[in-house]
Design a protein around this ligand. Sequence first.
Ligand SMILES: [Zn+2]
Length: 478
Amino acid sequence: MTAAKLSLFNTLTRRVEPLQPLAPPRVTFYTCGPTVWNFAHIGNFRTFLFEDLLRRWLEHSGYDVFQIMNLTDVDDRTIKAARAAGKPLAEHTAPFTKAFFEDRDYLRIRPAHVYTAATEYMPQMIALVSKLLERGVAYKGEDGSVYFAIGKFPTYGRLSQLDKREIKVGARVASDEYAKADPSDFALWKKADAEDEGVGAAWDAPFGRGRPGWHLECSAMALEEIGKHAGVQTLDIHAGGIDLIFPHHENEIAQSEGATGHTFSRHWVHGEFLNVRGTKMSKRHGNFLTARDLREQGVDAAAVRLLFFQTHYRQPVDFTDEALEAAKEGVRRLGEFHGRLQKGRGEKGQVLSARADKLEADVATALNDDLNAPRAVAALFDFVRAVNRELDRPAGPAGAQRALAVFEGITGAGLLDVLPTERAVDPALASWVAERVAARTQARKSKDFKAADAIRAELGAKGVEIEDTPQGTQWRLR
Ligand SMILES: [Zn+2]
């Protein structure tokens, strides 16, 4: 394997560091998943797509990845949404879980090895709270909820670089989300109230009937799954969006390490935000743009992937109609180039093989350097330009086979997965196009260029692009 070369920014140390899994080639990888109170925003999918690329690059490099993704199906937001919808919690969240899997498949995201729904891990969560109570880092408040005592956990705040002077001993917060300016003892287990009972979000526990806090869920599920899979209590990589650093991941560390005494995760990786600006598609929901909005508009997932990979995961991306159009054009060019390579002749040839070797090396160097996808994509388009020039020469160079294999290895399902989705062509359309193309060829032969141009425009209006080649006129759908 070619592993052991990947370096990634580690939020714990604020440095790019070599990835050092506990027991290579195994990599245990926990990724915070969606809260299934609603459809996931395209910004959530930016995070899932950067994680998808990291997963694929690890596997491409020979690592044996075990990926866990949780589904938050009980927390403040899901309970509130279920109440507003007048439905039991499970009934409200089920369709959004299903929608998440559909969106994942649409965006070609490699499925995690296990999806953990929080409501299915109550015994593990209850055991974790009991352990923290036993160890004296948690206590029951007079409100009946159980809190984590951050003052009893000396390294609290390390991940988010919290100013410890801000910690007010005894201050408590019950809600799942709160600001970094208010570090407080946070709820591990919230005493059930009428709202929780009303939607079926309450469970019996030795320390009182209630429900888990959101942060507790991830600790309990991660520890359970890596314990079962690998017999360890330490993750190799924990990833999520930067908005999760505080309080979510800070609290996950406190809960997990407070219970096990072991490092919770060796590497913490966080992806930046996505801003949705000026897109027509998001008008329906303010700027709340979902993956299904894109799918309903017929946007090829390849374009969404390419758009995201053109920006480094630690830089914010603006999702605009212009950026999406540019990405669609990029995908179209990749598809067209793919077709040219497939028609290439010969097995061996120095020029193209050398270009392919360089592309392979450039992509590996870029991705090993903190998953620098934009540099990898730039190398890819350099390759497309250079090889197109070679293929344009009258005789054309031999050796397209190696170039094709490397190109497909990088742009295909094995890595970036940015080749256009094959579209089934309606047979009625195909025969109409064939008839129109023949009519145009006839018009050109009789030097009636006005008629030929009119037919080209007619085809264009139906989304059909044509190209005149030595082998005749070729067409495809835009
Ligand atoms: Zn989480």
